[in-house]
Design a protein around this ligand. Structure first.
Ligand code: FE2
Length: 381
């Protein structure tokens, strides 16, 4: 599939400038993870990542089969859901994937139209548009399936005024740890199986009207051992960015393949969250016990030659292991956590953009070598 950007000028090709956005997205509405123990996971995300309690649904709110805790930090909303009994869709998901992202919910003005436009273009329905309501108004939800068992829920909440969604109550907690400066979701990356990247790139292009921003192949992203290919898909207004990774043949097992083995299929690999002060954010997260990938200090030896002048103190960045990369628009600072659950699957990225619009390609090699050291210790390289 042709990229929508003219490769020499990085300007949008004319046909895409003129195209009508049939799926206008206002942003990420929430991310829902299915987890083994939502109550304890909520404590972890509050304590370690600085999320705040927002809303709750469970037995006390009339929900019989599951419990959901909703956490918030600035514009980020995360829902943690666990089943209350055996069997059913959530247990199946947990059995197969472990804790992981089930729903990437997208905020739209019209959930019925979003469902119609996408299913007409070939999306498989997750569920048909439905209206749910309570005393605070009504919300229309619909869903389509994407890679693996992951789904996109379209959320139309213009006529709703409650804390989260109908059926949820305010979650008041006496435990309110300080935030870590996480602002919004910058991008969210999916790992898909061998030979499937282009299928899902095409899905986002044809079914959801996204455009391809950048691609990397195994020549860009490979070390002695591991390789991957990646394409970045973005929606019309650029608020939603979904890079899609596929493993590539290397001397040893690719980190993407390790993910696929442990997740037992395609799924969300990492959630990148933006901060406007990465030094402060990472200092807080580290002191809260969040574990990050480690890059050797030699990474910093020729860093300023590569990226040019930066506003931050290099020693402070080095101390925290923060990575820096640049593109033609500026630079970015980023750091990746170790997997947040038991399986080597989902992790988080902390990112601060200083003009750069890219994703840290220049760091991939250093980063992958760091991941390989972790894989080595797990015996999965
Ligand atoms: Fe990323």
């Amino acid at each position: 599939m042709d990229a929508i950007y003219d490769s020499s000028s990085l300007k949008l090709k004319k046909e895409f400038l003129d195209a009508e956005d049939f799926l206008p997205l206002n942003g990420t509405d929430y991310i829902e993870l299915y987890v083994g123990n939502a109550k304890q996971a909520a404590h972890f995300y509050k304590t370690a990542f600085g999320f705040q309690s927002l809303a709750y649904a469970g037995l006390e709110t009339g929900m019989k089969d599951r419990v959901s805790y909703v956490l918030k930090q600035d514009k980020i909303r995360m829902v943690l859901t666990s089943p209350l009994g055996p069997g059913g869709e959530i247990n199946e998901h947990l059995d197969k994937h472990g804790d992981g992202v089930k729903n990437v919910a997208l905020w739209v003005d019209d959930a019925s139209k979003s469902w119609k436009e996408t299913t007409n273009r070939g999306a498989e329905s997750g569920f048909e548009p439905k209206t749910i309501e309570d005393e605070n108004g009504k919300v229309v939800l619909s869903a389509i399936k994407t890679y693996g068992d992951t789904e996109h829920i379209f959320v139309e909440r213009g006529a709703y005024d409650g804390i989260f969604l109908p059926g949820y109550k305010v979650w008041e907690s006496d435990y309110n740890p300080e935030g870590a400066g996480l602002k919004f979701i910058d991008h969210m990356v999916g790992n898909v199986g061998w030979g499937e990247m282009n299928k899902w790139v095409e899905f986002y292009a044809k079914v959801m009207g996204f455009a391809q921003l950048i691609s990397f192949d195994d020549k860009d992203i490979s070390t002695d051992y591991t390789a991957l290919m990646s394409k970045v898909m973005t929606n019309g207004n650029g608020r939603i960015k979904f890079p899609i990774n596929e493993p590539a043949e290397g001397k040893k097992k690719s980190q993407i393949e390790e993910y696929l083995d442990f997740y037992h299929g395609s799924g969300v690999q990492h959630i990148a969250v933006a901060t406007d002060n990465i030094l402060d954010t990472v200092t807080k997260l580290k002191s809260n016990g969040v574990e990050f990938l480690y890059v050797p200090t030699s990474y910093y030896d020729d860093l300023l030659d590569r990226v040019g002048p930066i506003d931050e103190d290099l020693e402070a960045l080095k101390k925290l292991g923060i990575l820096i990369d640049k593109d033609e628009d500026g630079y970015l600072l980023q750091l990746f956590t170790k997997p947040v659950g038991d399986r080597p699957t989902l992790f988080f990225e902390i990112i601060q953009r200083k003009g750069a619009k890219s994703f840290g390609k220049g760091n991939f090699k250093a980063l992958f070598e760091a991941i390989e050291r972790e894989q080595e210790s797990r015996g999965t390289l």
